[in-house]
Design a protein around this ligand. Structure first.
Ligand code: SF4
Ligand code: SF4
Ligand code: SF4
Length: 508
């Protein structure tokens, strides 16, 4: 009895000294893969045997479950990897992430421009959110001069990145070639531009110039089968576009240009079943070429005639992605593993990030193009940014670290608060029918299961090929993500923007 009492006291002592169960833990049993513990803040995932799983469940539920004579190292391991943590310490880690976000927002080493040489477009897509496709303005020489003067004012910027956008940028070949020549005078290292185009006019003239224009990535939209695509991405005044685009992609892929093509498929309720088939067809057609095919999330405002009910909710989008993985093995952009350390920065949040319209008007976000209320200034003005209200809203007021709901959300380190344009429209302008939550909010367990599935396949293949043995569980637990210990309790502070974000699916 005395011995039992002594043991109980010792046990309680250790139990009381242990840090509490982390707010960001997910402890789960997978039918296929076993027992696991994931932490969204540290980004670590452990595989456990049943005994350690039950110990972890006891710690989670506040039960006295820990038997130090069996494995005295386990609690220290859990603490070291962030599974046991004081809430105050976790909030401090979030503050570090906020610091990383602010540092990225106010970084002035790179000037990032999205340039619309025209807002005019040769298409009239049924879901287009831009308001000015019939505006014939093409950026003039005067505006190009003003833009160059504006760029020169950013003396701190050591490099320049450019994305050509519109409207349809291929309608303004002279603007793109003229400005690029001047960018190369200002920044001799300028070598990384992107082009977002419908590709109808992306013919030999363009393809021959791509290397000179330093265009390394091209995003082209195809929306499903030929019939589906033509029913929603038609020429202004009517007319199919699919065949012409495909011919141009053929020409591009058979050319000497060695950049990357990203085919974006705008997915909604009408074409979600076509994505996997189109992807397969394109990957086969361009086997061995530098090509990715990705779904794009369509944000359709309630007031848009295409109908708010055409778009997928974030939860439906998550189901779409998961079905794609289950039925066709399509791993979402960025992988299945819910990475920690999201600080979601983009043009809209960056001090040196601007979207430039054809008259020299400036915006912060691609989604604002053509919307007069969201103009922040003009490249013609000495003080180019006049509407600091919009700039401040994007950089600070829409900061998810100032949002109680996000700060209390267990997905925050993975989600990072989503697209700030949607966040601002929803939370500050009261726009209905928008969501800014990441799909991970609805799919954390599914994502983890998919990751384990992939990982197990790889482990078995490696073992069969004699590359590595299937790891054992002698200790009763092992790290399955990452395989090596990185650094104590903190995830990678990598700025990233998920593909659900908005118009700007990353094209690299
Ligand atoms: S190609 Fe782009 S800009 Fe042109 S109508 Fe379609 S969605 Fe709008
Ligand atoms: S749509 Fe969202 S993610 Fe893209 S630039 Fe605008 S605010 Fe940033
Ligand atoms: S946007 Fe939604 S999912 Fe993301 S942190 Fe905020 S509440 Fe959570």
């Amino acid at each position: 009895m005395a011995i039992y009492f002594q043991y109980k006291t010792y046990n309680l002592l250790i139990f009381k000294q242990m840090k509490p169960w982390s707010f960001y833990n997910t402890l789960f049993h997978s039918e296929k893969s076993g027992f696991f513990l994931y932490n969204a803040l540290s980004g670590f995932m452990l595989e456990l045997d049943k005994e350690h799983y039950e110990t972890a469940a006891g710690l989670r539920d506040g039960r006295e479950c820990f038997e130090p004579q069996k494995d005295s190292e386990f609690p220290a391991f859990l603490e070291e990897h962030g599974f046991l943590a004081q809430r105050d310490d976790e909030l401090l880690q979030l503050m570090q992430l906020q610091y990383d976000r602010n540092a990225a927002c106010f970084n002035t080493s790179t000037l990032g421009l999205t340039i619309c040489p025209t807002l005019s477009c040769n298409f009239c897509c049924s879901y287009c959110f831009e308001h000015s496709q019939s505006d014939p303005e093409i950026m003039s020489e005067n505006t190009m001069d003003a833009l160059i003067s504006f760029i020169k004012k950013h003396k701190e910027a050591k490099s320049l990145t450019v994305n050509w956008y519109g409207g349809e940028p291929t309608l303004a070949f002279e603007v793109v070639t003229g400005l690029t020549a001047r960018f190369r005078e200002l920044y001799p290292d300028f070598d990384n531009a992107g082009l977002i185009t419908n590709a109808y006019l992306l013919d030999g003239k363009w393809i021959d110039e791509l290397a000179n224009l330093k265009i390394t990535t091209i995003q082209i939209t195809l929306d499903g089968s030929e019939a589906t695509h033509n029913s929603r991405r038609m020429l202004t005044g009517g007319g199919p576009t699919y065949r012409n685009i495909l011919d141009n992609i053929d020409m591009l892929m058979n050319s000497n240009w060695n950049g990357r093509v990203a085919i974006r498929v705008n997915v909604d309720k009408y074409n979600r079943d076509e994505f996997a088939g189109l992807r397969k067809e394109l990957l086969e057609r361009y086997a061995g070429k530098n090509l990715v095919v990705r779904p794009g999330y369509l944000t359709i405002p309630l007031s848009h005639p295409y109908g708010s009910h055409s778009g997928l909710s974030v939860s439906e989008w998550k189901d779409f992605l998961f079905d794609g993985y289950k039925t066709s093995g399509i791993v979402p952009h960025g992988g299945n593993f819910p990475q920690s350390g999201a600080v979601n920065t983009c043009t809209a949040t960056s001090r040196f990030g601007y979207v430039i319209g054809p008259r020299g008007e400036m915006y912060k976000c691609l989604e604002d193009v053509g919307n007069g209320k969201m103009v922040i200034g003009s490249v013609y003005d000495e003080e180019a940014v006049r509407n600091k209200d919009i700039v401040a809203r994007y950089a600070t007021v829409a900061d998810p670290f100032n949002d109680k709901t996000c700060m209390e959300c267990s997905c925050f380190p993975v989600c990072g608060g989503g697209c700030v344009n949607k966040r601002m429209r929803m939370k500050q302008f009261g726009e209905e029918g928008l969501e800014c939550c990441s799909p991970v909010r609805y799919s954390l367990l599914q994502d983890l299961e998919s990751y384990l599935d992939q990982r197990r396949t790889k482990e078995i293949c490696d073992a069969l090929l004699g590359k590595k043995e299937v790891p054992d569980m002698k200790q009763g637990y092992r790290l399955v993500h990452p395989e090596q210990h990185r650094h104590r309790g903190v995830g990678n502070p990598i700025a990233k923007q998920g593909s659900y974000a908005g118009a700007c699916v990353p094209i690299s």
